[in-house]
Design a protein around this ligand. Structure first.
Ligand SMILES: NC(=O)c1ccc[n+]([C@@H]2O[C@H](COP(=O)([O-])OP(=O)(O)OC[C@H]3O[C@@H](n4cnc5c(N)ncnc54)[C@H](O)[C@@H]3O)[C@@H](O)[C@H]2O)c1
Length: 222
């Protein structure tokens, strides 16, 4: 049997397709061509066809993709057709905001436990979740089959929280702290960083009469 390695760029586009397909389904659209999907998502239709073709022959010539079927298939590819339990460590401002925003999680992916080290946070509730002490992390990960950990603690604390997640058996970590985490190869880490997005966006702002000149070179910011 052949094993195909799918690039991260393809994997990151799948949730984008899924989100749009769900919107189409809600609007009772039954089929969509790669052209229309590409136009809506500002992506090349050939790219979309290529991405999806890695996983199967989902489209029909002249008709396009069956929206419901493609949703099911992408959910299956992303493993979102099974319950995926998530734990969050760091019940501060960001942690609370993430827990309170239901849009991040679909019916099969849920934050089922929240932990913090600060005594005053413990026993408070975020939504229906009681914040638990760190001492309960390992037991909870095992008991609740928690597979993904989210880290929203200060940068200096993030590595030790990652170590505890790994020791408890989580298989993937979404890290919001501005540090590079060291984890064993079998654990996947994604880092989310609004601040680098925001700061790099500033580069593209129109100059207000002030050119940026470096080494006698004017920088084109488009
Ligand atoms: N990625 C981004 O775009 C982004 C945006 C905002 C904040 N952040 C980062 O998210 C993190 C949290 O920010 P915040 O504003 O919510 O901070 P916060 O101080 O409001 O919350 C941090 C929480 O972590 C807890 N904590 C500290 N050490 C801990 C430990 N060892 N174990 C368990 N819990 C611990 C604290 O008690 C607190 O409740 C910071 O690292 C910050 O830089 C990232």
């Amino acid at each position: 049997m052949k094993t195909l390695k799918i690039s991260e760029a393809v994997v990151r586009r799948l949730p984008v397709y899924l989100r749009h397909l769900k919107e189409l389904k809600q609007s009772e659209v039954l089929t969509i061509s790669s052209q229309d999907l590409g136009q809506k998502l500002d992506l090349n239709p050939a790219q979309i066809r290529k991405d999806l073709a890695y996983f199967g022959d989902f489209g029909r010539k002249g008709i396009g993709y069956d929206v419901s079927y493609l949703i099911e298939q992408i959910r299956h590819i992303l493993k979102l057709d099974q319950q995926i339990n998530v734990a969050l460590v760091g019940a501060g401002k960001l942690g609370q905001a993430l827990c309170n925003y239901s849009g991040f999680f679909n019916d099969n992916m849920k934050i089922v436990a929240v932990f913090d080290a600060f005594p005053a946070r413990i026993e408070t509730a975020i939504r229906d979740l009681q914040v638990q002490p760190m001492e309960e992390l390992k037991e909870s990960v095992e008991a609740n089959n928690i597979r993904i950990g989210i880290i929203t603690v200060p940068a200096l604390e993030a590595q030790q929280v990652a170590d505890r997640f790994v020791e408890a058996g989580v298989e993937a970590i979404l890290n919001f702290a501005p540090v590079i985490l060291k984890v064993p190869a079998h654990v996947r880490v994604h880092t989310a960083d609004f601040s680098t997005d925001l700061f790099s966006l500033a580069y593209y702002l129109p100059n207000e009469g002030k050119e940026v000149v470096l080494n006698d070179t004017t920088i084109d910011h488009t």
